[in-house]
Design a protein around this ligand. Structure first.
Ligand SMILES: C[S@@+](CC[C@H](N)C(=O)[O-])C[C@H]1O[C@@H](n2cnc3c(N)ncnc32)[C@H](O)[C@@H]1O
Length: 260
C-alpha cells in the first residue's frame, strides 16, 4: 500500500498554460469550514494529536517529515518559518538537521503550540496564516505540513507565505493526497471509515477525523496544486508523492516579481 514515491517536475510556463482560470478559482479557497471551528477542533485534540498521528499513519509520518527536512537542508536557510506548526514535529526535525538556523513555529492554536514548546520548540508565535505578524521577506524558507488544507483560503495563505519569504526563498508544502490506481478505493475506505473510528478511540474526537477525509477529498494535488502555488507568488513548483501517493511534498521558489 505505501510504495515508493514518483516525482513530477514541470516548469512555470507549462503550469501557467495548463491551469485554466475556472480551475484556479475552484482551488483558490476551501471556504467551507469556519476557521474558528478548525482552531477549536485542534485545541481539543492537541493533547493526543501526536499519538493519533503516529498510530493512524503506522509511523510513516516520521519518514515523511524526515524526507521534508532532507529537502530543506541543502537550501541552507538562516531563518525558517514552520507554519501551522501544531505540536512542532516538522520544526523540530528540521531544527535537528539545521542547528544553526533560526526556527520559528507559528500556529493559531495556543493549545497545539503549548505541546510544541513542551517538546523543545522555543520560538513559537500564535498567528493566523492568512495574516502573519511578520515583515515582508523575513524568512529564507517557509514550511507547512498538513496545515494548508485546513486553511480557509489556500491561495491567500500561499500569497502570505510568499510575502514573508525573501526573493529566491523556498516554500515546502507537505500534505495528504489520494493514491492513484487500485489502492484508491481501499485507501478511501480507510480514510472515511477505519480512520475516524480508530481516531475516535484514541482522541475521543471522531468528528475531527470525519472532517480529515472530507478535507483530503477536496484538496488539490499534483499538477493543479503546483499551478495554485505558482499562481500565488512562486515559480518552479514540483510535486513528490510519497508512500504510494497518500502524501505529497510540493516545493517552489518565491518569484522575484511577486503577484498578489
Ligand atoms: C493537522 S495539524 C498539523 C500540525 C503539524 N504541522 C504536523 O505536521 O503535525 C494542522 C495545524 O494547522 C493549524 N492551522 C489551521 N489553520 C490555520 C491558520 N489559518 N493559521 C494558523 N494555523 C492554522 C492548526 O491549529 C493545527 O495545529
Amino acid at each position: 500500500m505505501f510504495g515508493a514515491g514518483r516525482e513530477i517536475r514541470k516548469n512555470s510556463r507549462q503550469s501557467q498554460t495548463s491551469a485554466n482560470t475556472s480551475e484556479m478559482n475552484r482551488f483558490s479557497s476551501a471556504g467551507e469550514r469556519d476557521p474558528e471551528q478548525v482552531r477549536a477542533m485542534f485545541g481539543r485534540v492537541a493533547r493526543r494529536y501526536d499519538l493519533a498521528n503516529h498510530l493512524l499513519s503506522g509511523g510513516l509520518d516520521f519518514w515523511w517529515r524526515r524526507r521534508a527536512s532532507d529537502i530543506v537542508r541543502p537550501w541552507q536557510p538562516r531563518r525558517v518559518l514552520d507554519l501551522a506548526t501544531g505540536s512542532g514535529d516538522l520544526a523540530l526535525t528540521i531544527a535537528r538537521k539545521l542547528p544553526q538556523a533560526e526556527m520559528t513555529g507559528a500556529d493559531f492554536s495556543p493549545e497545539m503550540l503549548a505541546v510544541a514548546r513542551a517538546k523543545g520548540l522555543t520560538n513559537t508565535v500564535v498567528a493566523d496564516a492568512l495574516q502573519l505578524p511578520f515583515a515582508d521577506a523575513s524568512f529564507d524558507v517557509v514550511t507547512v505540513a498538513f496545515g494548508l488544507r485546513n486553511m480557509a483560503n489556500w491561495g491567500a495563505a500561499l500569497a502570505e507565505m510568499a510575502r514573508v519569504l525573501a526573493p529566491g526563498g523556498h516554500v515546502l508544502v507537505l500534505d495528504f493526497s489520494l493514491p492513484s490506481g487500485r489502492w484508491r478505493p481501499l485507501y478511501r475506505a480507510y480514510l472515511h471509515h477505519g480512520l475516524p473510528w480508530l481516531a475516535g478511540l484514541i482522541t475521543g474526537q471522531k468528528e475531527a477525523y470525519d472532517y480529515l477525509g472530507d478535507s483530503i477529498e477536496k484538496f488539490p494535488s499534483g499538477q493543479p496544486m503546483c499551478a495554485l502555488i505558482e499562481a500565488n507568488g512562486f515559480q518552479d513548483a514540483s510535486a513528490e508523492p510519497l508512500s504510494g501517493g497518500i502524501v505529497t511534498i510540493y516545493c517552489a521558489t518565491r518569484s522575484c516579481s511577486r503577484r498578489r
